[in-house]
Write a protein that binds this ligand. Structure first.
Ligand code: 7PJ
Length: 287
């Protein structure tokens, strides 16, 4: 496959250096920043816009908005709830900011509506396995991130089992990719993601992290999302997601070094600075 770039409607995402995807959780109950954008029980549009503006100023290349919490054990969300959370914010971002917007969803109707409202990328933790999802993305022409997850969010962390985690995740993604191509999605528009923390033990996550190069070898851009996840607390022996910043930034740099093209993060400023330092050194080495 040629140089990595994704066609995102009227924009192009150049992946010759790692892109930073800023996470905007529109749910009241997400992994680490649950409810931050809420005023009481309602999602606050003004708080959300302020958070996004800051991420863009801090150097985010993509804003990833999601209306379903996929943290372990999270409650299921209805299609209508997801639409109500995602669409108004998507419209606001597209009208106010010159950025790429990714929509984190597994639901075909959300994919279709988001495409109609100007989304640039579809990010699906279920790898387009829900009814209608393959067709929705094929018809959108948008790039798509296919992520691996064993089981469902409600059950995924109960007892993940693999014989060979790297081989199984690679095979799963190859299989999903083939289904995408058969449905009419261009291979060049497919991003792969091992799905850190989704039905994986700490050992599984670390084995996969050390195998990022094998995902990169597929020729597809690889997205890595480890920001503030439990594995960081497990490695550090600390409690609470507020203690995970430095570990998250460190892992983002190590992922970039292993060839990750897109880094999905909460802490955009810190990650961007770390990546800029790594890039400056890398470019110097090539002089
Ligand atoms: C990921 C995601 C990830 C992709 C979430 C959280 C949990 N999408 N959505 N990859 N994680 N592509 O942000 O901690 O790792 S939700």
């Amino acid at each position: 496959m040629s140089a990595l770039r994704l066609k995102c409607r009227d924009k192009v995402l150049d992946l010759s250096r790692p892109a930073i995807m800023g996470i905007v959780n529109l749910t009241p109950d997400s992994f680490s920043d649950g409810g931050q954008l809420y005023a009481g029980s309602r999602l606050s549009q003004s708080k959300t816009l302020v958070a996004i503006e800051k991420m863009l100023k801090d150097g985010a290349d993509i804003i990833d908005i999601g209306g379903e919490s996929t943290r372990p054990g999270a409650a299921e969300v209805s299609e209508q709830q997801e639409l109500d959370r995602v669409l108004p914010i998507l419209e606001l971002i597209v009208s106010r900011f010159d950025t790429l917007v990714s929509v984190d969803t597994s639901t075909a109707v959300v994919m279709r509506e988001a495409t109609a409202k100007g989304a640039h990328l579809i990010n699906d933790v279920r790898g387009l396995r829900r009814d209608g999802a393959l067709d929705a993305v094929a018809q959108s022409g948008l790039p798509v991130c296919l992520m691996h997850m064993q089981n469902q969010p409600q059950t995924m962390q109960i007892r993940p089992v693999y014989q060979d985690v790297v081989a199984e995740v690679l095979a799963f993604l190859a299989d999903r990719k083939q289904d995408c191509i058969d449905a009419g999605i261009a291979a060049e528009q497919i991003i792969l993601d091992p799905g850190f923390g989704f039905g994986k033990t700490l050992t599984n996550n670390l084995t996969l992290f050390n195998a990022i190069d094998q995902f990169v070898a597929s020729g597809h851009p690889v997205l890595v999302g480890v920001s503030r996840k439990a594995m960081i607390g497990q490695m550090l022996g600390t409690e609470g997601s507020s203690q995970r910043l430095i570990g998250s930034v460190t892992m983002a740099v190590l992922a970039a070094q292993r060839g990750a093209a897109i880094l999905r993060v909460h802490d955009v400023l810190e990650t961007k600075q770390a990546i800029d330092i790594w890039q400056a050194i890398t470019i110097k080495e090539q002089d």
